[in-house]
Design a protein. Structure first.
Length: 252
């Protein structure tokens, strides 16, 4: 079985594949202070019933990736491992100014999106995480670039920290766009505001692509907040990064 590990700035997602089928997954917090031994203790507790024969990793947190390398050497020394980094075969041409600065998660997402949704044309991946990433994949599976914006949660945190009379609220869809109280007004600005931001960016990207068959797929831990609200999103694949990690492992 393959263990896929996606280390994000806020959460780490782990998934176990049997062949190309995802059979189990977990979401845990990312802590850059965790040691290799602490990571191994946590991961092995989750994986108790699974026999792991391969591991595929991508990380946007260098400190955690360093500890994961140590963990793999210490606890899974004989398991074949693929870490997505410069030099790893992904099959995704990076048509950008500096390919080395593109996050591993964006490359993996692009591979999975093209594999799942790119049969008829380009794909736009909208990843709702710590940041909101819009990644553009050509009909040939090339990574063309994209747009990065602050994520929903950190935007709310920043607003609550800088505005004396505003506070953090539960991120749920309010009764209407016109909030009748401070809580609903904040929820409206966050939920409908970010949905509008995504729709605006997607529409502008589609204009630049000049294609009639552009698939738009949402992923990431916060994607469910805007599903049905952001009108440009057609598909939702919460396990997109894990699927991409399985595809990268197979190619290596």
């Amino acid at each position: 079985m393959l263990l896929a590990i996606d280390v994000g700035n806020t959460n780490t997602v782990l998934g176990v594949f049997e062949g190309s089928t995802l059979v189990a997954s977990w979401r845990v917090k990312t802590d850059s202070r965790d040691t290799a031994d602490e990571l191994a203790l946590q991961y092995r507790a989750l994986l108790n019933e699974f026999q792991i024969s391969g591991i595929s990793v991508c990380s946007t947190v260098p400190a955690v990736l360093r500890e994961i390398r140590t963990m793999l050497q210490r606890y899974w020394p004989n398991v074949k491992t693929t870490i997505v980094e410069p030099g790893t075969k992904t099959g995704v041409p990076l048509l950008v100014d500096n390919p080395k600065e593109i996050g591993a998660d964006r490359i993996v997402n692009s591979l999975a999106a093209h594999h799942l949704f790119g049969e008829n044309g380009p794909v736009i991946v909208v990843d709702f995480g710590t940041s909101t990433n819009l990644d553009v994949v050509s009909a040939k599976g090339e990574f063309l670039g994209g747009a990065l914006a602050p994520g929903i949660e950190i935007s709310l945190d920043a607003l609550a920290a800088r505005a004396a009379q505003l506070r953090k609220v539960e991120l749920v869809k309010p009764r209407s766009v016109i909030g009748k109280n401070t809580v609903e007004a904040l929820q409206s600005g966050m939920i409908f505001g970010f949905a509008g931001q995504v729709d605006g960016l997607v529409n502008r990207i589609i204009e630049e692509l000049d294609s009639d068959n552009v698939a738009v797929v949402a992923t990431g831990g916060l994607a469910s907040l805007v599903l049905g609200i952001a009108r440009s999103i057609e598909f939702h694949e919460p396990d997109l990064t894990l699927i991409g990690l399985e595809l990268v492992f197979a190619r290596n």
